[in-house]
Design a protein around this ligand. Structure first.
Ligand code: ZN
Length: 435
């Protein structure tokens, strides 16, 4: 996802509505007053912000992860619709970072980094009116998801990572899959033997893929699929790339793992039925921390309510400060709803939200895992895995090309961006039927 153009505006608050003398109603005037008042005035004091901790050693090895999704629809009936998805992972170290001009990176310096240390994955989904003879869209997409995660160009590593997460293979306890909804008979009895990628449904004996446990089929009908299938696949694949890097070092060299920072575009969230991966991820991060091997991950949110909220509260904050909103603050001040019901993100998030203001040009919404087996209502900095070293690393990876920009994400975006690589025009030419 690209960085937004700078949205910082002068703090002018002159009323744009005052001249409308039609507004005589008391209710309307109250609404206007509310419109023109910063609804967060109660929090204008800086007491919610805390100073960033004293500097520790920055993390020397950085990974950036990003993805993109690009739907294409033919202009002639029956309007065939395809979605291209690309994800990328890139490695960069402090030595290379130091050589990059933060204001105006030299294209050749960037090219060298990308050529040596990036990998990417690409696939395509037939969403509507494109099918393989004899198989409907529903089963075609199930198969594409399975085969794409086994992507040979990545040596099938993301599939190994999915197995590692689904069967929680890090502690050697041979955890069984929880039964899930079968994509054929719909019964909640589907499962697979330990470490298997495929098997048969105990209810109907039809073929199952490990990827069916994620529940993509619940969002599809037989002859078409929504765009969200492609965006969700992209999000899941980003998580699998992230954990492929983590799993690699976990198995090869745990000392190096704790010296890495993984920087993912977007929140550390897996929504709806796909959130089945969230608890295994939390359990791994807690297990690794308890084994003395903290895994440093951040997700960056560049749009949405948290981002918009920071645009407001960031103005009042001093440089070099951070703020971790608790459940009550998130619900009442950011989502603007009563603090009732399930805690925010209880089943879907594997990181706490952290607002960071480094300086007047760089403020950002980060997600940092807490590594707790249970949900934490009021996370503190001591709960955030690797917080001190993560905060020490941030100044070394900021990009001066975008407000709040982080170089690892910017570089990963350059690889994952379908609009630039290959060009969207080329994709369009190939996807149109040639007469
Ligand atoms: Zn079945």
């Amino acid at each position: 996802m690209p960085y937004n153009a700078g949205t910082r505006l002068p703090g002018e608050r002159a009323s744009r509505l005052a001249h409308l003398d039609v507004l005589k109603s008391e209710l309307v005037n109250k609404l206007i007053e509310s419109y023109e008042t910063n609804s967060l005035s109660a929090n204008k004091n800086n007491s919610i912000w805390e100073p960033l901790p004293n500097k520790e050693e920055p993390l020397p090895i950085i990974f950036g992860i990003d993805g993109s999704m690009y739907p294409i629809e033919s202009e002639i009936p029956p309007h065939k619709r395809l979605a291209f998805v690309k994800t990328a992972l890139l490695r960069i170290d402090q030595f290379a970072l130091a050589k990059i001009d933060k204001d105006c990176p030299h294209p050749l310096a960037l090219r060298d980094i990308l050529a040596d240390s990036a990998l990417y994955h690409a696939t395509v989904f037939p969403l509507r009116n494109v099918s393989i003879p004899g198989i409907n869209t529903y089963h075609t997409i199930r198969q594409i998801i399975f085969e794409s995660i086994k992507d040979k160009s990545l040596n099938g590593e993301p599939m190994e990572t999915l197995k590692w997460l689904a069967y929680e293979k890090w502690d050697g306890k041979h955890k069984q899959l929880k039964p899930f909804g079968c994509p054929h008979c719909g019964q909640d009895v589907a499962t697979l033997p330990y470490d298997a990628e495929t098997g048969k449904c105990p209810g109907c004996s039809e073929d199952l893929f490990l990827t069916d446990m994620l529940g993509f089929h619940l969002d599809m009908i037989f002859d078409s699929a929504p765009d969200t299938i492609a965006t969700t696949y992209m999000n899941i694949h980003e998580v699998l790339l992230l954990f492929t890097g983590i799993r690699y070092f976990w198995e090869k060299n745990k000392q190096i793992l704790s010296d890495c920072l993984f920087v993912k575009d977007g929140p550390l969230t897996i929504r709806a039925q796909y959130s089945k991966l969230v608890n295994p991820i939390r359990r791994f991060l807690a297990y690794a921390r308890d084994q003395g091997c903290p895994v440093n991950i951040i997700g960056q949110e560049k749009t949405g309510r948290f981002y918009d909220h920071l645009e407001i509260i960031g103005k009042e904050a001093h440089s070099g400060h951070f703020f971790i909103p608790n459940n009550q603050y998130i619900k009442e001040e950011i989502q603007q709803r009563p603090n009732t019901g399930a805690p925010y993100g209880k089943d879907t998030n594997y990181g706490a939200k952290v607002f960071v203001k480094l300086n007047d040009y760089h403020q950002m919404v980060l997600n940092v895992p807490t590594g707790d087996y249970d949900y934490i209502d009021k996370p503190a900095i001591s709960n955030l895995i690797g917080a001190n070293r993560i905060f020490a690393t941030l100044p070394t990876i900021i990009s001066n090309r975008y407000e709040g920009g982080l170089l690892p994400i910017e570089l990963a975006h350059g690889i994952a961006s379908l609009s630039t690589y290959p060009s969207a025009h080329i994709l369009k030419i190939f996807s149109e039927e040639k007469k």
